[in-house]
Design a protein around this ligand. Sequence first.
Ligand SMILES: [Zn+2]
Length: 142
Amino acid sequence: MAANVLIDVEVLYYMSRNELPLHRSLHTYLGGSAAGLVAGLLMWGLILFLARLMPPTSRWKQRLAQTSRTRLLLQSLIAGLIGGVSHVFLDSLMHADMHPFWPLTTGNALAGSISVASLHIGLGLLGLFSIFLWLFLRDPRS
Ligand SMILES: [Zn+2]
């Protein structure tokens, strides 16, 4: 989630300046991956910071203490990378001003390959499916 917000700060920035194109370096697989890794690193630091603020009796803090910092960092980086890459892929389906494979090549052959309505409905259904999956597969003790 942090990777997605971080990447779309680029769009907000260029929208605020009324400059086109809106999707630039962070909306490439290279830039999105880098932004995702930065977001993962930031979230790892935030989690460690928040853990210090939690009381020792906190179940969340106790569960967090069972996982090594290195593993948490790796999980955060992987999550950020997945967020960054998937953001670029999904945006490339609907934004013609992107160049997802820059600097290797320019252009965006995927733009318009699916309607925006179909994309939004598909993502909504995927989100619902994910919620159900999370509800049925999560540890009931957590
Ligand atoms: Zn975007």
